[in-house]
Design a protein around this ligand. Sequence first.
Ligand SMILES: [Zn+2]
Length: 370
Amino acid sequence: MGLPVKELEVKKVFKEVNGTSKQKKKRKKKWLWFLLFGSIPLLPMIATLFLLLVIIFIPTLTQNKIDLSEYGATTIPAEYIPIYQEAGEKYGVEWILIAAIHKVETNFSQNLAVSSAGAIGHTQFMKCTWLGWRYPNCSSAPESVYTNVSIINKYGGYGVDGNGNGKADPWELEDSIYATAKYLSANMTGNTLEEKMRNAIYAYNHADWYVERVLTYYEMFKAGGGTVVAEIKGDKAWPVPYTKNLTSYFGIRNDPTSGKKGVQHNGIDISSGGIYGTPIVAFADGIVTYSQFNTGGYGYLVIIDHGNNVKTYYAHMKQQGIPIGSQVKAGQVIGYVGSTGNSTGPHLHFEVRVNGQAVDPMPYVSPFLN
Ligand SMILES: [Zn+2]
């Protein structure tokens, strides 16, 4: 008996819904007409407003990356940038330099193992530098001592409580970044900015290769830093298994053959006693696109194309290297060290070219130089 009643109710409700939706449809149509024709004169205004919004908001969203090259923006972990910036501001150090140190020291904290020299934390401080060299037996001080801010201050250490938790701990990211900024700032001696930076980096780790490596990353991270880095994919191999000794770096130098001052050197030179005739191997997989005597000064030269517009050059070979067209694997022998072309002695001149432009090979080879 209850069924017919329900049917009636349902029909009634249906009728009501139908009625109101018809009215709505009429209103919707009006709105559609208005939107279609009424808004045409407004289109330029809407477009301008939209553009203004884009102009105002995009820079604020990407403000942190504005000083960065594309390589920098994709390499530096975004979450660290505000920390570098605050630390840099506090101690008057360019934040990109701090990022470059962090990159070279622990690959942005991906490698936090204690170094063979005993350096600790995110930016690899010697315990004594952190705590203060005047502290008796600083290198064996326990954690409770070397993280104690008042002891650090008393003994002239560089440890900083960057995150304000009452401890200056090299294993805490903010603390180590602030300490790095403080240490760099204290060692910025010299007249020109470059001199100051070089001295500060050298103070961090007394090695020329280290200074070059940090500066290279610094330049690559910076917008308009000059170098364009493109990735070489796959396995890599150090090009001269016999030695890792570098005798010349990329950049301006006095030419060793002509004696001319301030000549651009487009690669790195690898050499040490007894190198003559030892194998040269491919830095990475690729195809040999050039293999002959080059009259421009390279002597016997092999060029390997690695794709992605990156090529590597191997110059001054003893004799003609692996034939053009060969497909090579990283580590495969492609020739032998000689001294052909403009060369003062047996060495390998190694170049990396991106879109035909010579770039600093150090970022590419530095993983082999630890
Ligand atoms: Zn060279």
